[in-house]
Design a protein around this ligand. Structure first.
Ligand code: COA
Length: 192
């Protein structure tokens, strides 16, 4: 990343980027965070959801600012060996300007070989833009959680980023619907 030149490079793709400041979330950010949350998700968190989460000792909020305006936020949890993203959005008017990417880079900079080596998250099966964004940020899909969401009964893809890219698929055991259907199909062939 080269914020001085205003250009941002990842995987050989160059996009227009704005200069953001990334800092911890504070109580005063809540109104702007809630506005971004509501415009970003059909099933959005309430203020109480945010506060309840941020009261946990292992839960952290960060925001991205442009000219003093909050344009993105991320809530994540600290676990022993990984960071887990719980909620993350960039304001509609500021998307595709590498702000989300810069927030992910900030999170990646918190990983270390000694302790937390990976970042995990769940993304709705219908949220293709976010899946493409995380794929572009070097996350890989490692599993499916069936009927994960109470609101829409959608499945979730579990996506993971690892400091050692070679390890990304380590421990990957296919446990998803395609594997299940393949098994079912095999069974049917054997029967016929
Ligand atoms: C996902 C999200 C945070 C990405 O933020 P962003 O600031 O727009 O992302 P960036 O500009 O850093 O995107 C980097 C790259 O990711 C990919 N990408 C991002 N949004 C994409 C989209 N809508 N469609 C396809 N690819 C996309 C592109 O490769 C993009 O590079 P490019 O613009 O040079 O083509 C944002 O779209 C968002 O807030 N979505 C709604 C909330 C949400 O779904 N959150 C995730 C929940 S798990």
């Amino acid at each position: 990343m080269n914020s001085d030149s205003g250009q941002y490079h990842r995987q050989g793709i160059k996009s227009v980027s704005v200069k953001v400041q990334i800092r911890w979330m504070i109580r005063r950010d809540m109104a702007e965070v809630l506005r971004i949350e509501r415009e970003s998700f059909e099933y959005h968190w309430t203020e109480e959801d945010f506060l309840c989460c941020l009261r946990q000792r292992n839960c952290i909020g960060m925001v991205a600012e442009v000219d003093g305006q909050v344009v993105g936020f991320m809530i994540y949890e600290l676990h022993k060996t990984r960071l887990h993203i719980l909620n993350f959005a960039v304001a509609d008017d500021f998307r595709r300007q590498a702000i989300g990417g810069q927030m992910i880079e900030k999170l990646v900079s918190k990983l270390s070989q000694q302790r937390r080596k990976e970042i995990t998250l769940e993304v709705r099966e219908t949220n293709l833009p976010a899946q493409l964004f995380f794929q572009n940020s070097d996350f890989v899909a490692v599993g499916v959680l069936r009927d994960h969401y109470e609101d829409s009964a959608e499945d979730a893809y579990v996506m993971k980023y690892r400091l050692d890219p070679e390890d990304a698929m380590y421990n990957f055991a296919p446990h998803n619907r395609i594997a299940k259907y393949e098994k079912l199909a095999d069974g049917l062939h054997e029967e016929s």
